[in-house]
Design a protein around this ligand. Sequence first.
Ligand SMILES: [Zn+2]
Length: 238
Amino acid sequence: MKKVFNYSPNFDLNKRISKQIKFLIFHYTGMRKETDAINKLTNIRYEVSTHYLIKKNGDIVVMVPDLYVAWHAGKSSWKSFKSLNKNSIGIEISNPGHEHDYINFSKKQIKSILYLSKSLIKKYKIKSGNVLGHSDIAPFRKKDPGEKFPWRYMAKFGIGKWHSLSNKILKENRLKIININEEKNFFINLFNIGYSKKVFNKKTLVKAFQRRFRQELINGKIDQECLLISQNLAKKLS
Ligand SMILES: [Zn+2]
């Protein structure tokens, strides 16, 4: 893996202090061609950027220095935080995304994500619960990095939270129906984990939760498995 520099003009001019960096946010680029994504993120006309971009070959492109606010999150929220750009570092991962041909992240990309995340988490003392996907903080607008992002594997290294339920328990509860009270509890758990309390569309929020924490089946329906996972995480994160 190489580190290369390709600076973007799209960032806030005011420099921040390192204490303001509390979140790490993962994205996919969502474009067919990697070079198009790099061009867009470094073009002043598009008004978008990221701190880092991970290429398919694992190379890390530095676009905005950590202490400047890059424009990657947009309208977003997590717990009491709003508009997360000012408090976060953005990492874009090259992948065509759901709108094109959503593909597995490459081994080289995963290796670079691990290396980069570990060093940023250590440097800025980012809590594991504050390592998130774009769809976590903007569930009604975004699907990235999506259900192919290896969250379970990353959590082994303190990169993002994961539940502690066994595969047996998970499978036994998949597709088992829930009642109205359990549905209410599910959403309360989601708010306690950090998801937005403004629910514009229940099914979309359930899908965002599944892309992150129940990647085997993204159907937008709350079942006993989703409920158990949400309970387990709500206890851990609060
Ligand atoms: Zn994104």
